[in-house]
Design a protein around this ligand. Structure first.
Ligand SMILES: [Zn+2]
Length: 71
């Protein structure tokens, strides 16, 4: 499940949230101040160490160099 990183415009804090693809368009509220003014920063699509061991499990690189997962 992808992890999305958000930045809160209200309090300036950042937080991560795991969401399914179906939820990925939803705007989460800030866990610190409960503001809805949150920006999605970037998707940490592949966390290190989660790959299946078959050349990395990152759908955005599919082999070769990938700045997202470093693979
Ligand atoms: Zn906030």
């Amino acid at each position: 499940m992808p992890i999305y990183e958000y930045h809160c415009q209200e309090c300036g804090k950042e937080f991560e949230k795991r969401m399914s693809f179906a939820q990925s368009d939803e705007i989460p509220v800030c866990p610190f101040c409960e503001s809805e003014k949150t920006n999605k920063k970037l998707s940490l699509f592949c966390a290190p160490g989660v790959s299946g061991g078959n050349g990395g499990g990152c759908a955005s690189c599919a082999g070769g160099s990938c700045s997202t997962c470093g693979g």
